[in-house]
Design a protein around this ligand. Structure first.
Ligand code: SF4
Length: 185
């Protein structure tokens, strides 16, 4: 069997206590490790930024390295919503519906200036940022952002997921956040 190339970095084990033949850690840390390295993306792409995401999925940038090689076009089988492109106000309810259909826990990345703030389209028909309709966890700047920036956004989200308490989704603060968007859990 060939040896593992020495430039491959394995994911660090969570904090814990190890000894000869054993390693002990908390259930919460194991779940967080698994979740943060298996984020399944739902690409909601409407324009140019979506092309950058296609490159991010391709062999050169290889989003699969981060456990996200399985894009889902079904909200129910994904947990990382990536909104990429200009979102017209007419489309805002669809973004919101897609978010609502995702199972908990779910996270959102606004990719690029348009999704984050409306971008250059400061006009009556364009939503001035998807955080008007859904809570956003990470904003990726750029018009368009390069694939490296999208990867950085995913890695930022991984850090958030890794440090999220297991019961956060049941907390009054999270309920209040959803209610502020008119979303009933
Ligand atoms: S941020 Fe720029 S590149 Fe991305 S969708 Fe908007 S106009 Fe296109």
């Amino acid at each position: 069997m060939s040896e593992r190339p020495n430039n491959i970095k394995l994911v660090d084990a969570p904090d814990g206590y190890g000894g000869s033949g054993f390693f002990a850690t908390s259930f919460e840390k194991v779940i967080a490790l698994a979740r943060s390295n298996s984020l399944w993306p739902l690409p909601f792409a409407t324009s140019c930024c979506g092309i950058e995401f296609m490159a991010t999925m391709g062999a050169t940038y290889d989003l699969a390295r981060f456990g996200s090689e399985r894009p889902s076009f079904s909200p129910r089988q994904s947990d990382m919503l990536l909104v990429m492109g200009t979102i017209a106000k007419k489309m805002a309810p669809i973004v919101r519906q897609t978010y609502i259909q995702m199972a908990e826990p779910r996270w959102v990345i606004a990719v690029g200036a348009c999704a984050s703030s409306g971008g250059i389209f400061d006009t009556y028909s364009v939503l001035q940022g998807i955080d008007r309709v859904v809570p956003v966890d990470v904003y990726v700047p750029g018009c368009p952002p390069r694939p490296e920036q999208i990867l950085d956004g995913v890695m930022q989200l991984q850090e958030i997921v890794k440090n999220e308490p297991l019961r956060r989704r049941d907390s009054p603060e999270y309920q209040a956040l959803l209610e502020s968007y008119g979303i009933i859990k």
